[in-house]
Design a protein around this ligand. Structure first.
Ligand code: ADP
Ligand code: MG
Ligand code: MG
Length: 194
């Protein structure tokens, strides 16, 4: 269904709350296969988003997402900052014409894939965005349990992109931190009920 500005704000505030609550866990996931900063990176970005949107009015979902994109690009840093920033920038462009979830998620996925020069099965956030887009595009209902499964699927994968790829086979057995944070984002979206 189509997302309103109010629903989009609720989504982002819920994600902010979840990131604050899971900050340590996300950095812990990033410790064995990365540099242990993913939770802190995301918390820095989402704090900026929260400060910029909580008391502000936005004329459209497109304007709101543009603001979010700028905050994430300038505040998150690392590999994930430009990727999440691109996701929101692409969603902002798409939202000018449609705020249907399938259109938004498909646009975000395409942006992440292009920016990260990556595809599915490389143990990244794409392994959550891609099956999510697929389900939405086939008009299937997506539950929180489905999303948990997408996140969990990264555990058995060998990383071939990002810092975790330096470990090769030794990356197996660990959930990808960016997949986990993307799971929180998409679960919060499902909860909004748009
Ligand atoms: P950094 O690795 O620079 O410290 P973060 O820890 O914030 O950045 O983010 C790491 C996450 O970014 C990974 O868990 C993965 O999901 C995602 N990621 C890294 N490289 C890519 C890529 N090329 N394409 C898609 N996602 C990627
Ligand atoms: Mg990191
Ligand atoms: Mg880092």
């Amino acid at each position: 269904m189509a997302l309103t500005v109010e629903q989009a704000k609720t989504w982002l505030e819920d994600f902010y709350t979840e990131i604050e609550a899971q900050k340590q866990y996300l950095s812990d996931l990033d410790t064995p296969i990365g540099d242990g900063d993913h939770g802190n990176n995301m918390a820095r970005g989402m704090t900026a988003v929260h400060e910029d949107i909580s008391d502000a009015d936005f004329a459209s979902v497109s304007d709101l997402f543009k603001k979010v994109a700028m905050d994430l690009i300038s505040k998150v840093g690392g590999a994930s900052g430009p990727l999440y920033g691109t996701a929101f920038l692409e969603m902002s462009k798409t939202a000018a014409g449609s705020t249907e979830l399938k259109d938004l998620v498909s646009a975000a996925l395409a942006g992440i894939e292009k920016r990260g020069k990556a595809t599915t099965n490389e143990k990244t956030m794409i392994d959550v965005w891609s099956p999510m887009a697929e389900k939405l595009n086939s008009d299937e209902a997506v539950s929180e349990a489905d999303i948990d499964q997408f996140v969990e699927s990264t555990k058995d994968m060998v990383a071939t992109k990002g810092r975790a790829s330096y470990l090769g086979e030794r990356s197996v057995g660990h959930i990808d931190p960016g997949a986990m944070s993307s799971g929180y984002l998409l679960k919060a979206l499902v909860k909004v009920g748009a």
